[in-house]
Design a protein around this ligand. Structure first.
Ligand code: B12
Ligand code: SF4
Ligand code: SF4
Length: 313
């Protein structure tokens, strides 16, 4: 019954016992001193995958900013929300208590997925699935029942180091990941940035796909073509148009995309950094206006002031 239900709603799934998850966390992440109380009363973590299509529109060039592929189409949090609710309701009818989440649960989703045999964790830090490569969103559902399912055979990166070599900010290495260096992290944080950080903002206005695009494991993949995750006109943003929007207008226009979750001002900051780095001098008056409009926000003021000082020099 559980398998039929999962098959109906997601593209793939595996399972790991709560006991095995906690034991592995304690073994490999003892320094984190994690609280596992939210797992109490549950026997199994079901790990779920929803794949998203490969391919994206060709970059339009100067004046535009690309949005990371995972953020094209409808926000996967919203898509998962509906699916998880439906799964939980059906499980409940069969007397199974469950709790689903995507992104916001205390469970490390990639680690749980790896333990359950849904794929392996590559040097680019992704859970790499045999059929979908890195093109998948993860979620988990806790259930109060033992449940077993055969894992996929374990894969590895072998001798490949393409993502490590291609990362523009040296965030990756065989030893691990320095998240503060990652463009995905930098384009989401709300804090004052120096010019040397801002110089990294070149073509992506949100996120970064470079370490996935170069990965050979993504070459012959077969993700499900789901309309809801197709790229659309907002997969690349016209940078000046973003600056023209009030935060309310931004929310109305982009609120159903995953890239909107940090709010409009983060995207405006990123757009300004891109316009500066792309040498879009005709945009300077618009940037100056945006600076004035939001100079009451300290992290934004400090960052954009540094850009303007350098731009006017
Ligand atoms: C916070 C977060 C981020 C942060 C910080 C990530 C980090 N590593 O600290 C930032 C903003 C940088 C980020 C970026 C991205 N993220 Co993110 N992120 C998360 C989130 C919410 C939590 C991750 C986390 O903090 N884990 C806990 C810490 C302890 O893990 P960690 O230190 O990274 O350790 C991992 C590895 O180092 C490795 N590892 C370390 N030690 C050991 C030991 C052993 C034995 C093993 C096997 C592995 C291992 O495995 C760990 C498993 O995650 C998850 C959702 C979730 N709840 O899990 C999504 C998630 C990981 N992100 C996701 C995505 C899509 C992205 C981006 C691609 C977005 C983009 N295109 O811009 C980038 C990818 C950048 C990259 N190369 O990894 C997906 C990944 C899907 C997949 N196929 O793997 C997730 C699972 C969201 C989802 N629901 O689908 N992310
Ligand atoms: S997402 Fe971009 S910046 Fe981050 S690790 Fe991958 S290539 Fe590097
Ligand atoms: S690019 Fe190569 S090293 Fe990096 S995750 Fe893919 S297979 Fe592994």
């Amino acid at each position: 019954m559980i398998e039929a239900l999962l098959k109906k709603h997601v593209d793939d799934y595996k399972a790991v016992s709560v006991e095995a998850y906690i034991a592995a966390r304690k073994k490999h992440f003892s320094h984190l001193d994690e609280d596992f109380s939210s797992l109490k009363g549950f026997d199994t973590i079901l790990t779920l995958a929803l794949s998203f299509p490969k391919g994206k529109p060709t970059y339009k060039g100067k004046g535009y900013g690309m949005v990371s592929r995972y953020s094209h189409g409808r926000d996967y949090h919203l898509v998962y929300q509906d699916k998880l609710k439906a799964i939980e309701a059906c499980l409940s009818e069969s007397g199974i208590n469950s709790k689903g989440a995507s992104d916001i649960s205390p469970i490390d989703e990639r680690f749980a997925a790896y333990l359950s045999g849904l794929g392996y964790i590559g040097y680019n830090q992704f859970l790499i699935h045999p059929e979908f490569g890195t093109h998948l969103y993860l979620a988990t559902i806790l259930i109060d029942r033992p449940f077993e399912i055969n894992p996929y055979p374990y894969d590895t990166c072998g001798e490949c180091t393409r993502c490590i070599d291609a990362c523009p900010t040296d965030a990756l290495s065989k030893e691990g990941f320095i998240k503060e260096r990652c463009l995905s992290f930098k384009t989401q944080e709300k804090k004052p940035y120096d010019l040397d950080v801002l110089r990294d903002f070149k073509t992506y206005v949100f996120g970064c796909d470079i370490c996935q695009d170069v990965c050979p494991k993504n070459k012959n993949i077969n993700p499900v073509q789901r309309e809801v995750f197709e790229s659309d006109e907002n997969s690349q943003l016209h940078l000046e148009s973003i600056l023209e929007l009030s935060n309310k207008q931004f929310k109305r226009q982009f609120g159903h995309y995953a890239f909107a979750w940090r709010g409009g001002l983060v995207i405006k900051r990123n757009a300004i950094a891109l316009l500066f780095n792309q040498g879009m001098d005709e945009s300077l008056p618009m940037v100056e206006k945006t600076y004035k409009d939001y100079q009451h926000v300290p992290w934004f003021e400090e960052t954009v002031r540094r850009i303007l000082e350098a731009w006017r020099r």
